[in-house]
Design a protein around this ligand. Structure first.
Ligand code: NAD
Length: 376
């Protein structure tokens, strides 16, 4: 089997597989065809890919030669015409936003593997690109805020007197939020945290954050550890408490998301206007609508001296290590998709493969995708 690695388009700087991971791929008994300059924005040259055993070809040739194509983002719509029946496309899908694209791929009888649909189980942890990328985002969001802030993060005791530490508020303690807590604490800030899932309370505490609790949160075991929509009463209580804590903070990092839904609105514009000038909000939920009412995805706004950063693409800014993590996750997934002879096998009995296969042989497969898209 030939695996094809595509160069990303648009502003994306990562590449799905770096030369180091090509070596690991070859050990699985496959050949690797890489689009020329695929790694340039992650500082990986064609020569390095060649030295790792890959063949460098044009984009069109990658589509022609490879039966299994890997990219970070879905291949652009107008590249679908280069794809043929039974070819496998493996990337992050964002099924709700890519619903039309997915339907086209289905009618073309392609097999689409959605890396963002890998079940969040212990066995699948090593394949979980969402966790890897959220780790990068949580880390970078704190550093970005710290570099823009006019205040120190740690407490400073010097001959010039004592400077109080910054107060950092983190909304949502998933993978990105937990990483943000760890980094903000390492920099010496005082960290407060909100989440609707009480299960994260102990983790927050163990990282040195203070968990702020709003009683009455709804949790749903069937949601697989993800957050679910909350009652109006809970939302009102939460709003009040959050607004108080936001106003007292120097930096707010928001990460709250609900899979397949618009991100919950947690910071109202009135609250932003009550914040101290110089404060910073980094909204990591920007691409799904944002947790702050004023957030604009991909933009940094300054409103009455408050900086609001709507950014969901920190992993692209950390293209070297983000690509490395992404590639390692894919290799781990491929270990269950490739047999001993180096051939592709789609064992639908395996819950990871079942959950990750979006479409195959003209049918929608993953139950979660069917639910999200409301299709059969
Ligand atoms: P996410 O990106 O979906 O959401 C980020 C956080 O926002 C979550 O903690 C969520 O509870 C929180 N949130 C949602 N609505 C909120 C609101 N109104 N107010 C405050 N907070 C709100 O989360 P994620 O990082 O993808 O993690 C989701 C789940 O998956 C977690 O339970 C995590 O532990 C689990 N997980 C499991 C694995 C694995 O076992 N393979 C790997 C990673 C994550």
């Amino acid at each position: 089997m030939i695996i094809g690695i595509l160069k990303e388009t648009g502003t994306e700087k990562r590449v799905a597989i770096l030369p180091g991971e090509v070596t690991a791929l070859k050990k699985l008994g496959v050949d690797v065809s890489v689009e020329s300059n695929a790694g340039e924005n992650a500082f990986a040259s064609d020569e390095e890919y060649k030295a790792a055993g890959a063949e460098i070809t044009s984009r069109k040739e990658v589509f022609t030669k490879a039966s299994f194509l890997i990219s970070i983002n879905i291949v652009p719509d107008n590249d679908l015409k280069y794809c043929r029946e039974s070819q496998v496309l493996c990337s992050v899908l964002n099924p709700v936003e890519s619903a039309q694209w997915l339907d086209k791929a289905r009618t073309q009888q392609l097999t689409v593997l959605a890396l963002d649909m890998i079940p969040r189980t212990t066995r699948a942890q090593a394949m979980d690109i969402l966790s890897s990328m959220a780790t990068v985002s949580g880390y970078k969001a704190v550093l970005h805020a710290a570099s823009l802030s006019r205040r120190f993060f740690p407490m400073f005791m010097s001959a010039a007197g004592t400077i109080k530490p910054s107060r950092v508020l983190i909304l949502g303690a998933g993978v990105a939020g937990l990483q943000a807590i760890a980094i903000a604490r390492k920099l010496g800030a005082v960290v407060e945290v909100f989440d609707v899932r009480a299960a994260v309370k102990e983790e927050v505490k163990s990282l040195g954050g203070k968990f702020i609790e709003v009683e009455g949160a709804k949790e749903d075991v069937a949601a697989g550890g993800y957050a679910v929509e909350q009652s109006e009463e809970f939302k009102k209580k939460q709003q009040e408490l959050i607004q108080q804590r936001v106003v007292a903070s120097d930096v707010v990092i928001t990460t709250a998301q609900i899979p397949g839904k618009k991100a919950p609105l947690l910071i109202l514009k009135e609250t932003v206007s009550a914040m101290k000038p110089g404060s910073i909000i980094v909204d990591l939920a920007a691409s799904t609508g944002g947790n702050c009412e004023l957030t604009e995805n991909g933009k940094t706004l300054i409103v009455n001296g408050i900086t609001i950063i709507g950014k969901s693409d920190y992993p692209s800014d950390m293209s070297t290590d983000a690509s490395k993590m992404f590639g390692s996750n894919i290799i781990n997934l491929l270990k269950i998709l490739i047999d001993k002879e180096g051939n592709f096998m789609l064992n639908m009995e395996d819950e990871i493969i079942n959950g990750t296969t979006a479409v195959h042989a003209g049918e929608y497969m993953s139950q979660r995708i069917k639910q999200l898209l409301n299709v059969k």
